[in-house]
Design a binder for this molecule. Structure first.
Ligand code: B16
Ligand code: MG
Length: 216
């Protein structure tokens, strides 16, 4: 029986991928190359330093570890100026209504994001009070598809993996949920999120009781 929901942040609750893209693209341009939106798709759910390494590899750029930290810091400062403008209007459609449905049940809610900026973003859009537990990039050592972020979420909720349902928009995130031994709801395109147990285009219209009937 499902007793807890574990939500990814970027692409599930709010759409920050565009801001990550803008900030990474500026960095790539400063280094003399470009990255496409399609390339950015592959960075969803991937940690900051892993993303940086993939981008540098793509641009055939070799940097020292300290140079990498400098560029990642610069990118994050730019990203923060972009996300600091986010408000409740940036919560993705249907999310608030879905949370209202959850609050009428005993289901607990945790965040499972690899972002080190997750708390600040949740505070900015006014959703932080909804969460019983928050696992973010400051609490984990391994990014998705490693299951660490979701396993820690289950522990903080006092639940077993079989009692948790993960909501994810990224291929790496769906894999992380499956690697944790959990059921996964994909948010996005079913042709992309092939490993998810069920996929919805978004939260609009998701009826909680009906959703849960798939996992009994
Ligand atoms: P930060 P999620 C992930 O968040 C993003 O999808 C990914 O693109 C980003 O690189 C990562 O967070 C790290 O973010 O630089 O803010 O620590 O999808 O796991 O909520
Ligand atoms: Mg995501």
């Amino acid at each position: 029986m499902i007793k807890g929901f574990l939500f990814d942040l970027d692409g599930v609750i709010v759409e920050t991928a565009i801001f990550h893209y803008q900030a990474w693209r500026k960095m790539a341009n400063d280094l003399g190359f470009d990255i496409s939106e399609e390339f950015n798709e592959g960075l969803k759910g991937i940690s900051r330093m892993d993303s940086l390494n993939l981008i540098l590899e793509h641009g055939n750029i070799v940097l020292t570890e300290s140079e990498k930290i400098d560029w990642a810091t610069k990118k994050n400062e730019h990203y923060l100026t972009l996300v600091s403008k986010m408000t409740a209007n940036d919560i993705l459609p249907g999310v608030k209504e879905f949370f209202t449905q959850i609050k009428q049940t005993d289901i607990k809610i945790a965040l499972g994001s690899v972002s080190k900026n997750a708390k600040m973003i949740l505070e900015g859009v006014g959703l932080i009070i909804e969460f019983d537990a928050i696992i973010d990039g400051t609490k984990i050592t391994k990014g998705k598809p490693d299951p660490e972020v979701f396993l820690k979420g289950a522990v903080e909720l006092g639940l077993s993996p079989e009692e948790c349902l993960v909501f994810e928009d990224a291929v790496a995130g769906v894999e992380a949920g499956k690697n944790a031994g959990m059921k996964v709801v994909g948010i996005g395109n079913a042709e992309v999120l092939t490993k998810a147990d069920i996929v919805f285009g978004g939260f609009e219209g998701i009826e909680l009781t009906q959703l849960l009937s798939n996992f009994q």
